[in-house]
Write a protein of this length. Structure first.
Length: 367
C-alpha cells in the first residue's frame, strides 16, 4: 500500500508538471502573434524628448529599438511622426523597456513594464473600416488594420501607447516611468549624440532651438510651471455623439471625422454615420464634417475647438450626471456658408463657438 501511494503521488506530480508546462507553452504561444507594424513616438509640443536606450520587447525574444532621434511633438499629441526604423511583420510586444531624456525637465526617465498585449492583438485582428478606402472604391467595404504602435512621452514620466492607422487611432494604455540618474562613468564611454544628450547645457540648447520648440510655444509657456497631469486629464471620457441639423431641404451628411485631445481619432460614415451610437469618447479637439446639398454640391467644414471652452462645456453638462449622455449638435446654415456647434445633454445646453475656429470648403465638382 505504501509503495502504491508513492507511485500515485509521483504520477500526480508528473501529470501536474506536464499540465503546467502545456499551460505555459500555450500562454507563450498566445503572446507571439505577428502583424505588419512600425514603431512611432510622440510627445507634446514644447516638451521634446529623446530615447536614450531601449524599446519594445516580445515574448519570443523579438526586440524593437525606439531610438529615433529627438522628437519635438510637431505632429501633435499621439501623432507617430515619420515613425521609427523598424517596419514590417513583427511580433506584438508585451513589454516596454526604455530610458529617455525629458529636455523640458532636464532629467532622464526609465520605464520597464508589461504592456497590454492582448488588447493590441484584439485591435489588430478586428481592424476597422476606413472612410477614404470606402469612398475611393465606390462604397466598397474593405477592412483596414493598424500600422503603428505609438509611444507617447509626457512630462512627469507619464507614458501612453496607441495603435494608429489611416483614419483611426485608439489608446492601449497609460503607464508610469520613474526618474533615474545615468552614471557619469557610463556617459564617459558614450560617443556622438548619445553622449551629447547627457551633457550639461544640452537641455537648455534644445529648449531654445526654434526647430525643437517653436518660439510662440516657448513664449506661451514662459514663466509657467509644467502642467503635470494635463495629459491624464485629456483621457477623460464621456458618453457623447455628434448630430447634424440644417433647415435646408434635400441635404445629406457624407461623413464625420473626430480628433480627440487624448490622441485618439475616428471616422463616421455610411452605416456608422446612420447608426451614430453614443460612445464613451474623450473630448474632441477637432471635428470635420462633409455634407451634400440637394443639387449634389459637396461641402466640408472643420471645427478647431478651444481647449478651455470645450472642457468647461463638458464639465458643465456632465457635472451632475457624469454617467449621462450628450450630443454635439452641428447646425448647418441654409446657404451652407456657416456652421455652429452646441453641446446638449442632461437637461442642459451650451454653445462652444465663442473661441472655436471654423473653416468651410466648397468642393469644385458635384457628385
Amino acid at each position: 500500500m505504501k509503495t502504491y501511494l508513492i507511485i500515485l503521488v509521483l504520477l500526480l506530480t508528473l501529470t501536474s508538471s506536464c499540465q503546467e508546462k502545456k499551460t505555459e507553452k500555450k500562454m507563450q504561444a498566445t503572446k507571439t502573434e505577428k502583424f505588419n507594424w512600425q514603431d512611432g513616438s510622440s510627445c507634446p509640443i514644447g516638451y521634446p524628448i529623446e530615447v536614450y536606450r531601449g524599446g519594445f520587447e516580445a515574448e519570443d525574444g523579438t526586440y524593437v529599438s525606439l531610438q529615433a532621434g529627438t522628437d519635438n511633438g510637431e505632429g501633435g499629441w499621439g501623432d507617430p511622426g515619420t515613425g521609427g526604423m523598424s517596419s514590417g511583420i513583427k511580433t506584438v510586444p508585451n513589454r516596454l523597456n526604455v530610458q529617455w531624456v525629458a529636455y523640458a525637465e532636464n532629467c532622464v526617465y526609465e520605464i520597464n513594464t508589461e504592456v497590454d498585449y492582448d488588447k493590441m492583438v484584439q485591435y489588430f485582428k478586428e481592424g476597422y473600416q476606413e472612410s477614404l478606402v470606402f469612398f475611393n472604391k465606390g462604397g466598397k467595404y474593405e477592412k483596414e488594420t493598424y500600422s503603428y504602435i505609438v509611444v507617447g512621452y509626457a512630462p512627469d514620466g507619464a507614458v501612453y501607447i496607441w495603435l494608429a492607422g489611416s483614419g483611426k487611432q485608439v489608446e492601449i494604455g497609460r503607464y508610469q516611468g520613474k526618474k533615474v540618474v545615468i552614471p557619469q562613468a557610463e556617459i564617459d564611454k558614450l560617443d556622438g549624440f548619445e553622449k551629447l544628450m547627457h551633457q550639461k547645457g544640452e537641455s537648455e540648447r534644445i529648449m531654445n532651438n526654434p526647430e525643437m520648440v517653436p518660439p510662440e510655444i516657448r513664449e506661451a509657456n514662459k514663466n509657467k510651471p509644467i502642467p503635470f497631469g494635463l495629459w491624464d486629464r485629456y483621457r477623460e471620457r464621456y458618453s457623447w455623439r455628434p448630430i447634424f441639423n440644417s433647415i435646408q431641404e434635400g441635404w445629406s451628411m457624407i461623413d464625420c471625422g473626430i480628433d480627440m485631445f487624448n490622441g485618439e481619432n475616428e471616422s463616421l460614415f455610411d452605416q456608422s454615420l446612420v447608426k451614430n451610437e453614443f460612445e464613451k469618447r474623450a473630448i474632441p479637439k477637432l471635428i470635420n464634417i462633409g455634407w451634400r446639398d440637394k443639387t449634389g454640391q459637396n461641402y466640408s467644414g472643420t471645427f478647431w475647438f478651444d481647449e478651455k471652452e470645450i472642457f468647461d462645456a463638458f464639465h458643465t453638462i456632465f457635472k451632475d450626471k457624469p454617467n449621462g449622455e450628450a450630443e454635439i449638435e452641428i447646425r448647418i446654415s441654409k446657404g451652407n456658408m456657416d456652421i455652429s456647434a452646441f453641446l446638449i445633454g442632461n437637461g442642459k445646453e451650451t454653445g462652444i463657438n465663442m473661441k472655436t475656429k471654423v473653416e468651410i470648403f466648397e468642393a469644385r465638382t458635384k457628385y
